[in-house]
Design a protein around this ligand. Structure first.
Ligand SMILES: [Zn+2]
Length: 302
């Protein structure tokens, strides 16, 4: 049993080429820019390199045992030490901030499903046809599913690109993990409040149609956040958590997290609260396309 595990671990180790390390020249270039945004990216790159080097000597099976003992999360990392390291860091962050943890973290080859291009996602209902068709089983609700077929070595490089294009709210390498963990915590909150959280969450999967709302979210958060209420919350909360991380330890500072939250523009604050608590009526006011004719009539009456 033990020999087998060592063998499979070594097989992965040989695959690790360190191509994903952010080179010194790029770190220097970020440092020279001296903007707050570049400073944040530099901190993430330095953290990523440390995590990436550490992953070489990391045994994913050990992380699995620790995650079960400490957080009661069932994990299967499919021997991927990068995913194991990032998941453990994220679980520690969530523990410190008092957020509910996901039920499972499962690394799966998603080729041939509707999730081929997805880096990771969170299951929001107890059954999912796409997953059942490929794996012949259902995964528990609030599982974070990680796409094994993606190149996780390039995680930081891809995040730098996505942030540069304002597609995502932050270029931090832990952001994809924090984002999915937030979906799970959000759903847990809805389930506690409304019973059937899935039903409410589905309503938040409808695209934003209101141009003012879309513009506000694009400015405050990211393009991806401006697609749907559920993504707005995940992107916004991810940014707030990342901003509160110590660059050295990658642990959050709860006070900074709360302070950043308090600094949100009023409209954004209202929308985040409405989404987090599942106030569908309020969300719809932000989401729906403005009815120009109705506004005209209301102005006449008002
Ligand atoms: Zn998402």
């Amino acid at each position: 049993m033990k020999i087998q595990r060592t063998n499979s671990y070594n097989a992965y180790k040989n695959k690790n080429s360190f191509k994903g390390l952010i080179p010194l020249e790029q770190l220097k270039e970020l440092a020279a820019r001296k903007t707050p945004e570049a400073k944040k990216l530099l901190n993430s790159c330095v953290g990523f390199n440390a995590m990436y080097r550490g992953a070489e000597n990391l045994n994913p099976d050990r992380i699995t045992r620790e995650m079960a003992d400490k957080f009661q999360i069932y994990t299967d990392f499919a021997n991927n030490p990068i995913v194991a390291a990032c998941s453990a860091l994220t679980a520690n962050i969530f523990h410190k901030l008092g957020f509910v943890q996901p039920t499972n973290i499962l690394v799966k080859d998603l080729r041939g499903t509707g999730y081929t291009k997805t880096l990771a996602f969170c299951t929001i209902s107890p059954s999912n046809y796409e997953l059942f068709r490929k794996f012949g089983e259902d995964f528990p609700i609030r599982s974070v599913i990680i796409n094994e077929a993606k190149n996780w070595d390039n995680l930081q490089k891809n995040m730098l690109r996505d942030k540069q294009e304002n597609y995502l709210s932050t270029g931090h390498f832990l952001a994809p993990f924090i984002h999915e963990f937030i979906h799970s915590a959000h759903l847990d909150n809805l389930m506690k409040k409304h019973g059937n959280g899935t039903k409410i969450m589905r309503k938040m999967l409808k695209d934003f149609k209101n141009e003012d709302t879309i513009a506000l979210i694009k400015k405050e958060t990211s393009e991806y956040g401006s697609t749907k209420p559920v993504e707005m919350v995940a992107e916004e909360m991810t940014e707030l958590i990342v901003e509160s991380l110590s660059p050295k330890t990658l642990m959050p500072n709860e006070m900074i997290f709360k302070m950043q939250r308090a600094k949100e523009p009023f409209q954004m604050d209202v929308l985040i609260d409405a989404c987090w608590s599942g106030d569908v009526k309020k969300i719809e006011q932000f989401r729906k396309k403005k009815n120009k004719f109705l506004e005209f009539i209301q102005r006449l009456n008002g």
